[in-house]
Design a protein around this ligand. Structure first.
Ligand SMILES: Cc1ncc(COP(=O)(O)O)c(C=O)c1O
Length: 370
């Protein structure tokens, strides 16, 4: 495989240096949590190699929520390696895969790096980013090894309904292919989340992690869920060849955190809702940007209205260099830079408010008025 760094990683805020950003609206997760604030006890932890599938108690907690078994869960070092394991287990050069676009960059880049033939299911702003099952049906051929979707969607915050999910899975089964469902944002669905996709069929592989909904990206814990024993055996083999086991420290933190998940999540959701109202009020009171209102997650993908005559590159440069405000640029998701992602629940609410004002200030400052 030939690896190339992706713009989203090259331009990541942690590489830029957090100190150089005043309002960080470029993140796609809930605020990072401090270990000491989580009330955990790690002193008795034995620093052994963990169970290769991942700590059993952790797998049990994760599986229980979806009425699955601990053996239907494989712990990985975050969702990104989980996606990598699934893609490399399914795809070889020339194999056909259907991937939703725009998307979290790894979901686009890994199949390409493998040399797979990628067909894109284009998610369109003007269609409200809804899942077009007719279009998907036409993209799936007899050769399609895998369909890769993300819900709630990054960067748009679009969601899938239970009805759509069941229809999608029927399509996957009818076509004898497999569904890779990246559900990393599932716990941040605004209303009731649909069932966990992997609980509905053994042709589905669900991916998730501790990074986004709980603000714990630094422990690098994610997982693959599937009822398909043969696939899980292959994924385990891949994990063992890449990193054998996870860090027991990371696993224990995830386990103790998830034991109290309802309590933690309630406060996460309250903050997200508060910030979402700030963002929605902002969007309703300006005339230069438009969006498809998100239904979940903690990001929104807005775009400059067509009539706004602006050099998108200059917009992003001035926003960062003069106003120290950072957003997720369109090209991170293989879109035009007139689109940008606003992460509204990583930085403090005051910084969100200030960052949004800065966005308008830059547009007014550099806009060509005819
Ligand atoms: C949709 C999606 N999936 C997976 C990941 C990877 O997350 P992690 O590896 O931190 O769990 C991200 C990170 O931005 C994401 O947005």
């Amino acid at each position: 495989m030939k690896y190339t760094r992706m713009p989203i990683e090259i331009e990541a805020p942690e590489g830029l240096g957090y100190h150089s950003i005043d309002c960080n609206l470029s993140e796609s997760s809930f605020s990072d949590q401090r270990l000491g604030d989580l009330g955990l006890d790690l002193n008795n932890l034995l620093l052994v190699y963990s169970d290769h599938k991942g700590q059993r108690e952790l797998r049990e907690v994760i599986a229980k929520e979806a009425n699955l078994r601990a053996d239907d869960v494989l712990i990985t070092s975050g969702a990104a390696p989980a996606l990598f394991i699934v893609a490399t287990s399914f795809l070889e050069p020339g194999d056909h895969v259907v991937v939703a676009k725009s998307n979290y960059a790894t979901n686009l880049e890994t199949p390409r790096t493998i040399g797979a033939k990628v067909s894109f299911l284009n998610m369109k702003f003007d269609d409200g980013y809804i899942l077009n099952l007719d279009e998907l049906q036409h993209l799936i051929t007899n050769e399609t090894k895998l369909v890769s979707l993300t819900y709630p969607h990054n960067p748009t915050g679009a969601v899938i309904t239970e009805e759509q999910l069941r229809e999608l899975i029927q399509l996957i089964e009818r076509k004898n292919t497999y569904l890779l469902m990246d559900e990393t944002y599932r716990d941040m669905t605004f209303g009731n989340a649909p069932p966990l996709a992997a609980s509905l069929s053994d042709r589905v592989i669900s991916i998730s992690s501790m990074s986004k909904s709980y603000g714990l990206p630094g422990i690098r814990i994610g997982w693959i869920m599937s009822q398909n024993k043969k696939l899980m055996e292959t994924f385990l083999a891949a994990k063992e060849q890449i990193f054998i086991t996870n860090s027991v420290v990371d696993e224990e933190i995830a386990f103790q955190y998830l034991l109290n998940k309802p309590r933690h999540l309630e406060s996460v959701k309250q903050t997200i809702l508060k910030n979402f109202i700030v963002l929605k009020t902002f969007m309703n009171n300006q005339s230069v940007l438009e969006w498809v209102e998100p239904q979940g997650g903690c990001v929104a993908f807005v775009r400059l209205k067509k009539e706004i005559d602006i050099d998108a590159l200059k917009f992003h440069q001035v926003l960062l260099e003069k106003y120290k405000t950072y957003v997720g640029r369109g090209h991170w998701f293989e879109e035009d830079d007139r689109y940008f992602r606003i992460g509204y629940s990583w930085d403090k609410t005051e910084k969100l408010e200030k960052g949004l004002k800065n966005i308008l200030a830059v547009i007014n400052e550099i806009r060509e008025v005819k």
